[in-house]
Design a protein around this ligand. Structure first.
Ligand code: SF4
Length: 375
């Protein structure tokens, strides 16, 4: 599945469709004619008309049948809207889903999650409850903002990170997969500094060990509880070495957060950890922009209990957090993490002590049965 492009406006979206179709050896003649290749004066009206015209769906289906996975304007409008009418956006979303089904699955992988059925509705967003939840979470973030979160980055207080620190930070993130974060950071420090002697070229030092030998050192290094977690340090490190000259900073330097996210995912860092890396870089002033929360199982549990009384799916969490904090959903990641770590345990959550309990649906549903301070 290919990544959905991110044109910034409708005109760029039209041009991107034409460019992408041409790259796929399909000539969208009628589309080019109708939109004047994106230069039509009343482009918005033309695009709305095309999307709402039942006949144009036939064009798309025919094109898909002969050329496989193509990009259509509907795919972009479904995701980004571009100020088109609600009816056109809704129809674009319906078409995008129908065209996905026609080819037996998703054609374009979005960094964003599309609207999902159980996510909060706009009415819910408007009723004030979500606003209160967002305010309380952001307040918690402000209160706990001074705490140390991102080793090797936070201590710089906004100054540019050097190569050694950037690589150790990325190593810690790679290890932060199915083990506790504190352990991942400590194991990254131990490997880089104690075992390898804090080399200038961390990934070079790791990749210099043949993979078979690296795997034999699983118990000796004790980096991760899973062999897979141990192996991915080597495989991702080797890619950083070959694709980014062994310097993690080259992954995010001079590119927008969305591109950094895409590069991290392509390296095999994983969707959720990649979001975390980009978020940490924004938190510490290494890059600027906005991002999504990292929807791991803890965040899914906490936000799900608050909003719905039970855990949400990752795409629902991404969508809901965008409703709560549209200016920058990433700002909710830390307070949700903190609530999960300190109060909202998988078993026996400590609701009476939780700062968000007044708005929490789970707590409201449990009432007196929720754990007390003294139990
Ligand atoms: S009130 Fe309870 S269930 Fe709700 S977020 Fe807090 S700890 Fe979790």
């Amino acid at each position: 599945m290919r990544h959905l492009p991110e044109p910034q406006n409708l005109r760029e979206a039209v041009k991107e469709v034409i460019r992408s179709n041409s790259a796929d050896r399909y000539h969208p003649g009628r589309f080019i004619q109708a939109t004047e290749a994106g230069e039509a004066k009343d482009l918005k009206r033309i695009c709305e008309h095309m999307i709402l015209n039942p006949d144009t769906l036939t064009w798309l289906v025919d094109a898909l049948r002969t050329h496989g996975s193509l990009l259509f304007l509907e795919d972009l409008v479904a995701e980004y809207g571009y100020g088109l009418s609600p009816a056109a956006i809704e129809e674009a979303q319906r078409r995008a889903r129908a065209l996905d089904e026609l080819v037996g699955g998703g054609r374009w992988k979005s960094k964003a999650a599309r609207v999902v059925p159980q996510a909060p509705t706009p009415q819910q967003a408007a009723d004030g409850r979500l606003r209160r939840i967002a305010e309380q979470l952001l307040k918690l973030r402000g209160e706990r903002g001074g705490e140390f979160f991102w080793p090797w980055l936070e201590e710089l207080e906004g100054r540019s990170v050097d190569k050694k620190r950037a690589n150790k930070f990325l190593l810690g993130c790679i290890l932060d997969w199915q083990i506790h974060a504190d352990r991942a950071w400590e194991n990254a420090r131990r490997l880089a500094e104690d075992v390898l002697g804090d080399p200038e070229d961390l990934w070079g030092a790791i990749a210099a060990i043949p993979l078979a030998q690296w795997m034999e050192r699983f118990n000796q290094y004790s980096l991760h509880r899973f062999q897979k977690g141990h192996e991915r340090v080597w495989t991702i490190g080797r890619r950083v070495l070959s694709q980014y000259r062994g310097d993690a900073r080259n992954i995010w330097k001079d590119v927008p957060p969305s591109e950094a996210l895409s590069r991290l995912e392509d390296l095999g860092v994983g969707e959720q950890i990649s979001r975390m890396v980009v978020g940490a870089l924004m938190d510490t002033g290494q890059i600027e922009g906005i991002g999504d929360v990292k929807p791991d199982r803890h965040v899914c549990r906490v936000l799900g209990r608050i909003l719905e009384g039970s855990p949400l799916q990752p795409d629902q969490v991404v969508y809901a957090s965008r409703q709560l904090s549209p200016e920058n959903p990433w700002l909710l990641d830390r307070p949700l993490y903190l609530i999960g770590k300190e109060f909202c345990f998988a078993q026996d959550p400590n609701c009476p002590a939780c700062p968000i309990r007044a708005e929490c649906k789970y707590y409201a549903s449990k009432g007196d049965q929720a754990r007390s301070y003294w139990r």
